[in-house]
Design a binder for this molecule. Structure first.
Ligand SMILES: [Zn+2]
Length: 113
């Protein structure tokens, strides 16, 4: 089952396609997005390129859900965390994605996991 993002009236996979067009010129590979990670180990999202799949934590809602989707999309765009990743976070914030404008997202851009 595909869960709808709250208030968006669109599935997460449709939101991925929307953000791909809006922020990445439609250049990202087509991915399926699911909200099926359980909260128990605290992992908020994961990106599996070999399966063209993004999985997000089932407890995320609203802006936190959008921010995590965008975070995983930056993984699709530039790969691992680091300088290029952080640059993409700042680019999307400037483009109006306020859900990424948090200390947690800025720290995550440079984290080792
Ligand atoms: Zn990450």
């Amino acid at each position: 089952m595909i869960k709808s993002a709250s208030g968006q009236g669109a599935t997460l996979t449709e939101m991925y396609a929307h953000f791909n067009k809006l922020h990445f010129g439609g250049q990202l590979a087509t991915y399926t997005v699911r909200q099926d990670l359980t909260g128990k180990d605290g992992v908020m999202g994961t990106c599996i390129p070999s399966e063209r799949l993004i999985s997000l934590n089932e407890n995320l809602v609203g802006g936190e859900l959008i921010g995590e989707l965008l975070h995983e999309m930056i993984h699709v765009a530039v790969g691992h965390h680091g300088v290029a990743f952080a640059r993409e976070v700042e680019r999307l914030i400037r483009a109006g994605e306020t859900s990424l404008d948090t200390d947690a997202h800025r720290r995550a851009a440079f984290s080792l996991s």
